[in-house]
Design a protein around this ligand. Structure first.
Ligand code: FES
Length: 167
């Protein structure tokens, strides 16, 4: 367990659950049983690679305008990173504890909460490194196309205050 991340473990669990459902019921019934767990995210263009500077946050919003977030180019490959160097990541900037807006500290490269001082590591998939929250920071699933356009196509955790990430 120590060798795999929490998210990787949870993904494995989700796949195992989906697989078990598919084995228990076959055919159209199986598809119907698994389908409700899937969420269709919008594929939104957030920025272009050329818009980013190493260690300078770029404000964005995803999956809608009421969900503030940030793109970060970290200068070296990181978990979930995209682009030529695998160093571009995106996160919600709403604290998963009680919804305060997070700010980026470029000195120690963390996203920080002024509410109760939780800190999240964008170089480690948004892992909480200190504080009150009970989940890590939601990270965007990103894709970069041939023109350098950065598209968000999903979020790996539930955004604060929502019953679903897609309305
Ligand atoms: S709202 Fe961020 S730590 Fe409480």
């Amino acid at each position: 367990m120590a060798e795999i991340g929490r998210r990787q473990f949870l993904r494995g669990g989700a796949l195992a659950t989906a697989g078990a459902a598919a084995v228990a019921v076959s055919g159209p019934e199986a598809r119907a049983a698994v389908a409700p767990a899937r969420v269709a995210y919008p594929a939104n263009r957030l920025a272009n690679i050329a818009d980013l500077t190493v260690n300078e946050p770029l404000d964005v919003a995803y999956p809608d305008d009421d969900a503030p977030g940030v793109l970060l180019k970290l200068g070296h490959p990181v978990e979930g990173g995209v682009g030529p160097e695998g160093d571009v990541v995106g996160f919600s900037t709403i604290c998963p504890h009680k919804g305060y807006p997070l700010f980026y500290n470029a000195e120690d490269r963390t996203l920080n909460c002024p509410g109760h001082f939780s800190r999240f590591d964008p170089e480690a998939g948004g892992q909480q490194v200190w504080g009150q929250a009970t989940q890590n920071l939601p990270q965007y699933v990103l894709r970069v196309d041939d023109d350098g356009e950065i598209h968000a196509e999903g979020v790996d955790e539930l955004l604060y205050g929502r019953l679903s990430n897609v309305l």
